[in-house]
Design a protein around this ligand. Structure first.
Ligand code: SF4
Ligand code: SF4
Length: 276
């Protein structure tokens, strides 16, 4: 698999658009000469849910996963920090590919790997006539397009387990598409750290929530607090809610007024590290 590196404007303008019932012919299998060639020298952007799945599969915490397997390039023009899989500096291969068996974390491979050879795009201002669509990526080295099995887009999405990724990824997607990013504001270094921690470094975010005065600052349902201690999905959902509060100044969290007034722990609002 690979990630689409085509220019987003040309995709929106030029690529044939596919809907759920449109068909394409594709079959990827171990017997093809190109097997695993696509897991090399590619840019694979990871979502928070991708990282939850992959760190669990590897039985490591999020900080170790990020350190070992990812890069987070951040350029001056970039508004939102992103996390990408780190290719091996020598071989340029994905750290999870094996030449004999393919993807070593296949059951937990990221969204982008599942989608391939489909890409997905959405105009900046979608309308009922001009909205999210799928498109087919055809790369010369990929022999899967020569295999005759015809499948609809909807069948591919179901077959690859993509619906689950989209359902759990919805709060992050909402964050990414927030109008805040189109305004003139840029994130300060401590806000970038906060965003990175809440989105991607969930085990560090858990320490931040449970080992600082954070929980005393907000009214949060007790059952939810207990769930967040062990449930990554619940905690990730909460993290998105908190980012909307702390970055976008939305009323997504209920403040515990009495504690705020006694000036306890400004760390929770600023996102400063205080996790020991
Ligand atoms: S995660 Fe798996 S499918 Fe994706 S590039 Fe790496 S080896 Fe290939
Ligand atoms: S058919 Fe395409 S996706 Fe499958 S291994 Fe070959 S290059 Fe990769």
């Amino acid at each position: 698999m690979t990630e689409n590196n085509a220019n987003p404007e040309s995709i929106i303008r030029d690529y044939p658009r596919l809907g759920p019932d449109d068909r394409f012919a594709f079959r990827c299998c171990q017997s093809l000469e190109c097997f695993t060639s696509c897991c090399r020298d590619v840019s694979i952007v990871l979502t928070p849910y991708d990282i939850i799945r992959m760190k669990r599969a590897l039985e490591i915490d999020s900080s170790s996963f990020l350190d070992k397997y990812t890069i987070s390039p951040f350029t001056r023009d970039q508004k939102i920090p992103a996390v990408l899989l780190k290719m091996d500096p020598q071989t340029k291969s994905c750290p999870f590919v094996s030449s004999e068996k393919g993807c070593r974390i296949y059951a937990n491979r990221p969204w982008a790997c599942r989608m391939y050879p489909l890409g997905m795009a959405e105009p900046d201002n979608p309308t009922p006539e001009d909205r999210r669509f799928y498109f087919l990526l055809k790369e010369d080295n990929c022999l899967g397009h020569r295999e005759g099995r015809s499948i609809t887009v909807a069948e591919w999405i179901a077959d690859q387990g993509i619906e689950e990724y989209e359902a759990y990824g919805a709060p992050f997607k909402e964050l990414m598409l927030h109008p805040f990013w189109n305004g003139g504001e840029t994130l300060q270094p401590e806000q970038i750290d906060m965003y990175h921690m809440a989105c991607y470094d969930l085990d560090r975010f858990r320490r931040f929530v449970f080992e600082t005065s954070f929980l005393r600052l907000f009214d949060i349902d007790e059952a939810r607090i207990e769930a967040m201690r062990t449930d990554d999905l619940e905690l990730s959902d909460f993290a998105m809610q908190w980012l909307k509060f702390s970055l976008f100044k939305e009323k997504s969290m209920k403040i515990n007024r009495s504690v705020m007034e006694s000036k306890l722990g400004t760390d929770a609002e600023t996102g400063q590290r205080n996790d020991g």
